[in-house]
Design a protein around this ligand. Structure first.
Ligand code: LFR
Length: 498
């Protein structure tokens, strides 16, 4: 007997993906994770790219596993990280690769862009923070390196749009993720014609955006056969951060939201975009949200630094290089006592706890320096940054981790201060959702450094937000407020006092 009154969230982040089934029983939301898989970049044509075929394979496998777990979801929603895209030709075949946002191709593109339109004007129009990986800069890189790809292309789809297209044969550009391109007008939510024209980005590639909650279409018969049931694809907030913010059961208002994963996305939800000179100066973004909300937030380097340290200690490189898989160096930090064969996150947290107990004074790095976006060695990059600023260079894993945690927490504090000064009022709490809210050390540092109580949970924030929109679309809940209340009822949220 397959359960039908349930929904599947496919949530793919830069480091892992999962398929989670959600349903409501006795007014509570229940989740069951049916599939989890790694995501990594591959080196293709001289660039770091996403392995889209692999991700699609895992997605379909996850949907098939739903059935094995006793579910035949009514609908499926897909969310991923933002900014990245594919181009399709007139026959809907891929043109070029799905280049990953950390790839170096956008280096130097700020200068190119600034000569076309001042960054202040671009911000006034789009409301999107300046980040080297924004889609607009990827387009400028493509114009230089592969103009023939732009000529051959007929369709621009973002990663979740493309995965949805593979399932249904239907094309749509969902609004929340489209806003991360830096090509939408912040006020109207439509493609900014002036930006497209001035940057010479072909208008024909872009169809009108579709709002989250819309139905993309039924899955193709061949897919239904493969997964063992009929279902349709509903568009959630396909930008993972958009989904994550939906799932925040905010306590102690006004509250700051923090989606904690590969990135730490720290901000608030606004009813209108804030594109003033002051907001530009603080480099806060106005990403499009569900139902006329704006995510006013800042990207902070986040767990990426910790994930990279761990991978490095385990001798694994993030980008799978055809020639040099597992070429990672064995580092002196491997010799730290008590570390097992494979370094886990708990080892890193313990090392930081111990250094803290020993009274180590943390060195501080600017975590948002672009040098940490994609360094060859995260460990060496951090050590170098400490050295260059005349601070103590971490000698042990504990000192290194303490440096990362303290630096992250201070960056959170600066962002909260920035939010307060822009809003003209303070905030009463920080609400953290996503995998990072399991990191007890980070929660504690955050509460202490920011001087605010931290509410940690739910862990599966992004998948929950994805499911929330599907449930709203199906009439399970009347409005977002009701879903958030149900989320608060259904999941443990841990309070950490400063
Ligand atoms: C988080 C995220 C951020 C976006 C970054 C790159 O996973 O989606 O919101 O700035 O990835 O797309």
């Amino acid at each position: 007997d397959l359960r039908r009154d349930c929904y599947a969230a496919v949530d793919i982040g830069a480091s892992s993906g999962r398929v989670v089934v959600g349903f409501v029983e006795d007014g509570r939301i229940h989740l069951e994770e049916v599939h989890r898989f790694d995501n990594r970049q591959v080196r293709r044509g001289g660039h770091d790219c996403w392995d889209i075929d692999l991700l699609y394979g895992e997605l379909v496998r996850g949907l098939a596993l739903c059935k094995e777990a006793g579910f035949a979801p009514k609908s499926v929603g897909i969310d991923t990280w933002g900014v990245d895209f594919v181009l399709l030709d007139a026959d809907d075949n891929l043109v070029g690769d799905a280049v990953a946002y950390r790839d170096e191709r956008t280096q130097g593109m700020f200068e190119v862009a600034d000569a076309i339109m001042s960054p202040e004007e671009l911000y006034r129009r789009t409301g999107i923070q300046r980040q080297p990986f924004n889609t607009i800069y990827q387009f400028l890189a493509l114009q230089r390196e592969n103009p023939e790809q732009l000529e051959a292309a007929e369709t621009f789809l973002m990663i979740p749009d493309y995965l949805g297209f593979l399932l249904t044969g239907e094309k749509a550009l969902e609004y929340t993720n489209a806003s991360t391109t830096g090509l939408l007008n912040a006020e109207t939510g439509a493609w900014d014609e002036t930006v497209l024209a001035r940057f010479n980005i072909p208008r024909r590639l872009f169809r009108n955006v579709t709002m989250a909650g819309a139905c993309l279409g039924p899955v193709k018969p061949s897919i239904a056969e493969k997964i063992g049931y009929d279902t349709c694809v509903v568009l959630p907030a396909t930008h993972d951060t958009g989904s994550a913010f939906l799932a925040v059961p905010a306590c102690d208002l006004p509250a700051v939201f923090l989606s904690s994963g590969t990135w730490s996305l720290l901000g608030v939800e606004n009813r209108s975009p804030l594109t003033t000179a002051a907001a530009y100066g603080e480099n806060f973004t106005n990403e499009g949200g569900y139902h006329f909300r704006y995510r006013f937030l800042k990207n902070i380097m986040g767990l990426w630094m910790i994930q990279s340290i761990r991978r490095e200690l385990n001798g694994i490189t993030y980008v799978v290089d055809e020639k040099a898989i597992r070429k990672g160096r064995l580092h002196q930090y491997m010799r730290v006592e008590g570390l097992g064969q494979e370094v886990g996150f708990e080892d890193l947290i313990r090392a930081a706890d111990e250094a803290e107990c020993a009274g180590v004074q943390a060195s501080i790095v600017n975590v948002n320096d672009d040098r940490f976006l994609s360094p060859d060695s995260m460990i060496e990059e951090i050590l170098e940054a400490c050295e260059e600023t005349g601070q103590a260079v971490p000698q042990t894993l504990g000192e290194l981790m303490l440096c990362v945690y303290e630096s992250l927490a201070r960056c959170y504090r600066e962002a909260v201060e920035g939010l307060s000064s822009l809003a003209g009022h303070g905030y009463k709490s920080i609400n953290i959702v996503g995998g990072g809210c399991r990191d007890g050390h980070l929660n504690r540092r955050t509460a202490e450094v920011c001087g605010l109580p931290v509410y940690a949970g739910p862990v599966e924030g992004t998948a929950l937000g994805n499911l929330a929109v599907q449930m709203l679309a199906d009439g399970v809940f009347p409005h977002l407020k009701a879903v958030r209340a149900a989320i608060a009822e259904s999941f443990d949220v841990q309070k950490v006092e400063p």
